[in-house]
Design a protein around this ligand. Structure first.
Ligand SMILES: Cc1cc2nc3c(=O)[nH]c(=O)nc-3n(C[C@H](O)[C@H](O)[C@H](O)COP(=O)(O)O)c2cc1C
Ligand code: SF4
Length: 455
């Protein structure tokens, strides 16, 4: 197997320890270089690198940084998204555990480039163990004078940012998937219930407490010190040209060696599954793969040949990179059961603001439960498809798509699995009777059991 660069999780024992990190050029090679440049030149370097966000949408990072209003007149914030709640995603916690200082260094570089003097790391509530680890790392960096007012003496930047310093706060969430959505995270951090906001205005103009805010994923910022160290151009040559760098691929499900594999973008999906993750146990065939976390379009096992794992190639192959959480399911998998479980998750996590999402996710779940119980009626496949299609594009945030995509793409790609669960002749007994009573009697209608068999 060819040697691959390890940018975010290098194989250096004890790297989480600040002294080990410093001994390997940490808080020096990337940060000091950034401080020798003008802040806008740092953003230009990140642009040149081609780095794209690793939080799901693969948005170009340098471009996002350039949206931040220049200067220091306004209070501005940098918010680092460590909510990591998408089923199938478990990469950010590897950074928290094995290389937290590189993430911190990346945040400091970002703060300097955008002239921000306060950054927050938001970590999901269930990650209590990793919250403690990150807090410890931040405290160590403060103690060394790498964060806070003492930065002015420690680094003495020679670019326009002389006198620059920034504070860094670690915030533990309360445990909700929806606060991973950037605007819901803003509300949550402000102490409110985490509801996604309408966009525009975008966070770059109206973010935390109404001030300009840039939101980036943990893995995204962890790439930045390496970009500064090797230069944007060198970084842009790693992996796929349109989505360069390495990606932390999280492989789970039916593989012999589940785990996180840092590989160049554009690596073949089947190579990740078979060579790196050890293939499918007992030599079974792959039935389905979800390549980017549970909200991304599932792919058939016979669709995977030649598929490359980067944003553009995956899009062309009919899916999306998302968080690069690859979920593998073998030929014996009951994919209706899998889909029902996924639908339950999005139904449970819907914040309830938009009707298509609040109601639609519940309808998806009810319909899927009929299929799961082999009690689906003729027409239910089209109904399910229709419900999913009517959620898409009609909601405030992308949780609507997250719920709809797995469902309608699975119908498109595995229709035969749904057809097998349809019971011919089955019809619905409408519960919609006056006052919920059956005619001629006082027996209440069982609304939650909408299917009865007619002979
Ligand atoms: C429902 C929902 C959940 C999300 N959850 C996360 C998450 O856990 N972590 C994350 O980084 N981005 C998440 N995102 C994407 C963020 O809104 C945002 O685009 C991202 O943090 C930007 O960082 P990046 O540009 O570095 O990728 C989520 C988006 C949606 C719609
Ligand atoms: S799409 Fe769903 S989760 Fe997003 S704002 Fe609307 S109701 Fe809330």
């Amino acid at each position: 197997m060819a040697e691959t660069p390890k940018i975010v999780l290098p194989d250096i024992p004890g790297l989480r320890n600040i002294d080990t990190y410093i001994a390997h050029g940490g808080y020096r090679d990337g940060l000091q270089k950034a401080y020798s440049m003008a802040p806008t030149a740092v953003t230009d370097e990140v642009k040149k690198s081609g780095l794209r966000g690793r939080g799901g949408a693969a948005f170009p990072t340098g471009l996002k940084w350039s949206f931040m209003p220049k200067g220091k007149e306004k209070k501005k914030y940098f918010l680092i998204n460590g909510d990591e709640s998408e089923p199938g995603s478990f990469k950010d916690r590897q950074i928290f555990e094995f290389n937290p200082h590189q993430m911190i260094e990346g945040i400091l570089i970002g703060c300097y480039a955008m002239q921000i003097d306060h950054a927050y790391i938001y970590i999901r509530g269930e990650y209590a163990h990793w919250v403690r680890m990150v807090k410890r790392a931040v405290e160590e960096a403060y103690a060394k004078g790498f964060i806070g007012e003492r930065m002015k003496e420690t680094f003495k930047p020679s670019g326009e940012g002389v006198e620059f310093f920034t504070e860094l706060t670690v915030h533990k969430g309360a445990g909700a998937y929806i606060v991973g959505e950037e605007t819901a995270m803003l509300d949550s951090l402000e102490g409110k219930r985490g509801y996604p906001r309408f966009k525009p205005p975008f966070p770059a103009n109206f973010g935390l407490w109404g001030q300009p805010t840039t939101v980036n994923n943990i893995e995204t910022v962890a790439n930045v010190p390496a970009i500064m160290k090797m230069g944007g151009e060198a970084f842009s040559k790693i992996g796929d040209a349109k989505h360069p760098g390495t990606i932390l691929f999280g492989v789970s499900g039916h593989v012999n060696r589940p785990g996180i594999y840092e590989l160049p973008s554009g690596t073949l999906l089947l190579d990740i599954i078979n060579k790196h993750a050890g293939g499918v146990p007992n030599g079974k065939k792959i039935k389905m793969v979800i390549p980017g976390g549970s909200s991304m379009p599932p792919m058939r096992g016979d669709q995977l040949e030649g598929v490359m794992m980067d944003a553009e190639h995956l899009k062309a192959a009919g899916s999306a990179i998302g968080t690069a959480g690859i979920m593998v399911m073998d030929e014996d998998t009951d994919i209706i059961k899998v889909l029902t479980r996924i639908a339950k998750f999005y139904w449970h996590e819907s914040c309830g603001q938009c009707t298509p999402c609040r109601e639609g996710t519940g309808w998806l779940l009810k319909l899927l439960r009929r299929f799961e119980a082999s009690q689906a009626m003729e027409g239910d496949i089209d109904l399910l498809y229709d419900v999913a299609k009517n959620i898409e594009g009609r909601t405030i945030c992308a949780l609507g798509e997250a719920a709809a995509w797995p469902v309608y793409f699975t119908i498109e790609r595995f229709r035969e699995d749904f057809e097998k669960r349809v019971k011919p002749g089955l019809k619905v007994e409408s519960p919609n009777r006056v006052h919920g009573l059956r005619k001629g009697g006082l027996e209440p209608v069982q609304v939650h059991v909408p299917v009865v068999e007619r002979t």
